[in-house]
Write a protein that binds this ligand. Structure first.
Ligand SMILES: *Cc1c(COP(=O)(O)O)cnc(C)c1O
Length: 385
């Protein structure tokens, strides 16, 4: 079994980075649940010395996702936040970062509450407006950190234009690609220097593992991230690596269904009299629909809708039966949540208001259930408002 360099995307997802196990021929990369490796003689080993530094299951996953994202190397971490923390070690005291203003709440918390203690500074701007990004860049800026689409109101950043702008100023473009998944968009194709994922979401896809990954293209970044992964030690364990490898095999067909259900729910909700507004890049009414068609293949399974009041949102959230009231996203089962009090509770109220996260906003992660069951469930919940 040898993967040709011309292999198409679904084949890459299924096979890249994995060879049948050399000792048994097992087609699936085993879970190498070991802390150390016996050496043949002093100074002579098989390339594996200690479990934090090298693990065959983790390394297979890293090769697999690097190939899926079109990068040169991947580094798997214990969570999406640990992966973003590792990216931050590319910065030094005094450096400045421009960040998408409605970035993931945990990313904001890490930047605002932890990294500012180390003399790093951050400017939060609407990265869908690149003139605002350019105005925020200072001589100390080293990184542009973008999330597109954003959570939960699905605003987009033009990745090619953002990469061009960043490179004109000699800074790195980092893209958190968790919300879209590499099936929907591959930022490295547009010029991104680093891509990160919470593998907890679509890449694993089955709501049974927490993890993160960084994909790099620049040799200096690859060397540093490899060093930091071992030095800080926030590695993804072998069992979780195996779960995510299992997840990426079906990523293309899962995303097809997530996207189909996302679009169908957005269309259903926008036609419903109780719903005031729907945020979904696949709707022609989305202000950046044309950009979505250019840089995304399909529009994904994430959407949010406005019900006008906390009371209405609470009624819907407490009335659904099939959709599960829970944080997180990207699993095969549909989830529904209230950003203002759940995922974005750590974001101050004035910032929440500024980025459109109202008390009446409800977010859905469309799973892969039969669409008619999802619509029926939402219809009966909306009926109670
Ligand atoms: C969930 C998430 C993270 C953090 O990942 P964890 O695995 O929960 O640490 C980062 N960015 C985005 C966009 C996410 O959705």
């Amino acid at each position: 079994m040898k993967l040709s360099s011309r292999a198409r995307f679904s084949t890459v997802c299924l096979h890249a980075g994995q060879e049948p196990d050399p000792s048994t021929g097992a087609i699936i990369t085993p879970i190498y649940q070991t802390s150390t490796y016996v050496q043949d003689a002093l100074g002579k080993h098989k390339g594996f010395e200690y479990g934090r530094t090298q693990n065959p299951t983790r390394m297979a996953l890293e090769r697999n996702i690097a190939a899926i994202e079109g990068g040169k190397a991947g580094f798997a971490f214990a969570s999406g936040m640990a992966a973003i923390g590792a990216i931050a070690t590319l910065l030094k005291a005094g450096d400045h970062v421009v960040v998408s203003d409605n970035t993931y709440g945990g990313t904001f918390r890490l930047f605002d509450k932890v990294l500012t203690r180390y003399q790093l500074s951050f400017s939060y701007v609407d990265t869908s407006k690149l003139d605002e990004v350019e105005r925020a860049i200072t001589p100390a800026t080293r990184m542009l950190f973008v999330e597109t689409p954003t959570n939960p109101i699905m605003r987009l950043t033009d990745l090619r234009a953002a990469a061009d702008l960043a490179h004109r100023h000699g800074i790195r473009l980092v893209v958190d690609n968790t919300f879209a998944s590499p099936v929907i968009q591959r930022p490295i194709e547009f010029g991104a220097d680093l891509v990160t994922h919470s593998t907890t979401k679509y890449l694993n896809g089955h709501s049974d593992s927490v993890g993160g990954i960084v994909i790099a293209v620049r040799d200096d970044d690859i060397e540093w991230l490899k060093f930091v992964q071992n030095a800080e030690g926030a590695i993804l364990g072998p069992f979780d690596s195996w779960l995510v490898l299992r997840g990426t095999k079906t990523l293309p067909i899962r995303m097809q269904q997530h996207s189909a259900n996302g679009l169908a729910l957005a269309q259903f909700l926008i036609a419903h009299p109780t719903v005031r507004h729907v945020h979904y890049p696949g709707l022609p009414s989305h202000p950046q629909h044309a950009l979505a068609e250019r840089q995304m293949r399909g529009f994904g399974g994430m959407l949010a809708f406005e019900l006008g009041s906390f009371h209405a949102a609470r009624t819907v959230l407490n009335s659904v039966r099939l959709l599960a009231l829970a944080e997180s996203l990207g699993g095969v089962e549909s989830l529904i949540s209230h950003p203002a009090t759940m995922t974005h509770a750590s974001v101050p109220a004035d910032r929440r208001a500024a980025i459109g996260i109202t008390d009446g906003l409800v977010r859905i992660s469309a799973g892969i259930e039969d669409i008619d069951d999802l619509k029926e469930d939402l219809a009966q919940a909306l009926e109670r408002v």
